[in-house]
Design a binder for this molecule. Sequence first.
Ligand SMILES: Cc1cc2nc3c(=O)[nH]c(=O)nc-3n(C[C@H](O)[C@H](O)[C@H](O)COP(=O)(O)O)c2cc1C
Length: 501
Amino acid sequence: MYSIMDNLPTIIQGGMGAGVSSWRLAQAVSQLGQLGVVSGTALDSIFARRLQDGDPGGHMGRGLDQFPIPEIAERVWSRYYIPGGKAETAPYKLLPTHSKDIPLELKELCVVANFVEVILAREGHHNPVGINYLEKVQLPHLPSIYGAMLAGVGYVLMGAGVPLKIPGVLDRFANHQPATYSLQLTGAQDDDDRAMVFVPREFVGRDLPPLVRPKFIAIIASNTLAITMLKKADGRVDGFVIEGSTAGGHNAPPRGKLQLDEAGEAIYGERDSVDLEKIRALGIPFWLAGGYGSPEKLTAALASGAAGVQVGTAFAFCRESGLRADYKQALLAKALSGDVRVFTDPVASPTNFPFKVAQLEGTLSEHEIYSARPRICDLGYLREAYRTPMGTIDYRCSAEPVTTYVSKGGKVENTAGRKCLCNALMANIGHPQTRSGKYVESGMVTSGNDLTGIARFLPPGASTYTAADVVADLITGISFRASSRQDVSQPAAAPTFCSGD
Ligand SMILES: Cc1cc2nc3c(=O)[nH]c(=O)nc-3n(C[C@H](O)[C@H](O)[C@H](O)COP(=O)(O)O)c2cc1C
């Protein structure tokens, strides 16, 4: 077990995109002395939509005021802010979609949006805050990470891919040095230029003091990947989150040929479990995730040598999370009545990774709602970059209109059952796109299998619970560790672990 001298969190509140682990949730968890993690996925779109909703509460404006290059903050504000908010039936402004050479408007928005999310999550306490990215969503990586680092992010956590080159990016950005990231390109040839480049000094146009290099935690699901990360990463890896197949969001696909059970869910077996003895032997801290949201599981994780646990589902349905209140309430009510079901959909996500979907009326988990949606791809975060026959780079998504996808060389069989996660996830957090003043995008809630048990966080007689309820529940039984950190009944007290600050 790690000593408190290591200053490591016992509980990591897992990053939950898009916008479910918003600055409010991460702030609440970090205030309690554990690690709050904002989701860095699609923050540019989320930020632009918050401004178009009139910036309720003035939080985005407050974050923007702290951005170190005021002229960039001013440009972003004037591009998107609508006083009083857009009319309900008016559509949100469409942003340019991401591409290898990101347009300046989008680059500025990305840097600023990541900065603001982190700076707000850091308000009111002195503890570190983390940010989570999906490796597969590569195009926004460089400006996003730089923006988060400008705001003093303490941890960068990344999964859904093999993030070998991220540690090196963190090292370079700490000194405002240029960084590159190689785009995954289907059909790439050796001489293709796949380098995405971000040059901080060119972007900020002035000298800034060095930044803190955040700790880097890779989210993995196999021993092989742990070893690969340690051997081949181009910089320091500070820890691992070992995530099992019951976790919410995307899951690593099962090893070997994909097999489905009678219900159509991916089957995971012995080969998918991680040998924790071997992980422990690597000698760096690790946290366990996927069904670890209980005191018993936390105690078991600590006993196995883990520094703690990463928990998502329990936090996704608490008051501070960004998930729409009506979806939270409906799923909490189902959990209370024992009528809740989570389906591990093998095809819904254009990433081709199994994706967990909570079954909920009025969302894309229902066949009729899914079939009634026109296939439109206008956010594009999950697009795959591919080499065209002309040798140029183009982008396609298996959830876009089938003819378009096929005309770009995509296989028709890849399109069946695909869902537009980008639009659904924006709808989940209260920013649904409206089309022609009539069609409003529906959401689709992801959750881990632990959804069945979340009602136990409800205090007696209450219909909602808070992040503090979750943390208090989890640390029951490990009070010797908790008391060395912070009394969870005392919000925003002194820092209890430090790094990156
Ligand atoms: C609503 C939701 C969204 C999630 N989104 C992400 C994500 O964007 N990136 C990521 O690495 N993990 C994501 N996860 C996984 C969590 O970070 C965490 O590892 C997982 O939820 C832990 O398992 P549990 O759900 O059993 O607590 C998500 C989980 C949930 C419930």
